[in-house]
Write a new protein. Structure first.
Length: 57
């Protein structure tokens, strides 16, 4: 996992591993996916991308 120290500064050192994100072509929102199982984990309710999660190609 990514390192989040010092606590409370709202920054992340490195990317979140074992997760990726892609854009849903129908709704236009970003969807987070588990890299190992391929299972969809979460859908972003607001515009933009997930913080610190790599994009799929």
């Amino acid at each position: 996992m990514a390192s989040n120290k010092p606590v409370g500064d709202n920054s992340r050192k490195g990317a979140v591993k074992k997760r990726s994100q892609l854009e849903n072509p129908i709704t236009g929102t970003m969807t987070k996916r588990d890299k190992k199982s391929g299972e969809f984990m979460d859908v972003k309710s607001t515009d933009g991308k997930f913080k610190g999660v790599r994009k799929e190609k």
